[in-house]
Design a binder for this molecule. Structure first.
Ligand SMILES: N[C@@H](CCC(=O)N[C@@H](CS)C(=O)NCC(=O)O)C(=O)O
Length: 209
């Protein structure tokens, strides 16, 4: 089977997919598109992914976009017995809920922090928006900190897909230079993720750019 991930390796949403692929031991090719690579505006790319965003997954004749949907598809299609995305309905819904919450609860404030402090030159930064982003992100991480008091990973005793979206952003949280509010348990969980080779390869060993 030919499996291609379209998307630059510096994208948080691409990282989720690369990390999941490696956790599942699935081989793939990655093609640089998006950001400074461009090429997401072409009719060919839009035919695969009408949003013009990254990532997009192609497997033989099948195409899928939306990072969380791709991660779930990979588990269901290629590793249905994996603990990453449990089969049991309630356990699965719990994982799904935390994956979605990264996008709906953490997404906006973390974007304000990352874009404000990493992708905007100092003289153009909106420090009030960044401070608000830090507060919002800290509140969101507080939700998973409460989970992490009960179990070593967000949704279970073991690592699951719930850890993937949050884990990608935790690397940014701990590696952008700012005055970080202390969130109990978060650092220990991030350190546990750093023990995973796939996390190191696709996330932890990448400079935050
Ligand atoms: N909800 C989408 C969001 C995708 C998204 O916003 N991707 C960003 C990168 S993280 C993007 O394509 N930005 C434009 C670009 O890189 O050209 C997903 O989870 O896949």
């Amino acid at each position: 089977m030919q499996r291609i991930v379209w998307g630059r390796a510096s994208s948080s949403n691409v990282m989720k997919v690369l990390w999941t692929l490696d956790e599942l031991g699935l081989p793939f090719e990655r093609r640089d598109v998006g950001g400074s690579f461009g090429k997401t505006d072409t009719p060919e790319y839009r035919a695969m992914n009408p949003t013009g965003l990254v990532p997009t997954l192609q497997e033989d004749g099948f195409t899928l976009w939306e990072s969380n949907a791709i991660c779930r598809y990979l588990c269901q299609a290629h590793a249905p017995d994996s603990k990453l995305w449990p089969q049991e309905a309630r356990a699965r819904a719990n994982v799904d809920r935390w994956m979605d919450a990264q996008q709906t609860v953490l997404g906006a404030p973390m974007t304000a922090v990352f874009w404000g402090l990493v992708r905007t030159p100092p003289e153009k930064r909106d420090m009030a928006a960044i401070a608000q982003g830090i507060q919002g992100a800290a509140r969101a991480y507080g939700l998973i900190a409460a989970q992490l008091q009960r179990s070593p990973y967000i949704a279970a005793e073991t690592f699951t897909l719930a850890d993937v979206p949050w884990g990608v952003h935790a690397h940014r949280w701990f590696n952008i230079d700012f005055d970080r509010p202390e969130i109990p348990g978060l650092r220990a969980w991030y350190d546990r993720l750093c023990e995973r080779p796939a996390y190191r390869t696709h996330i932890a060993e990448h400079p935050v750019v």
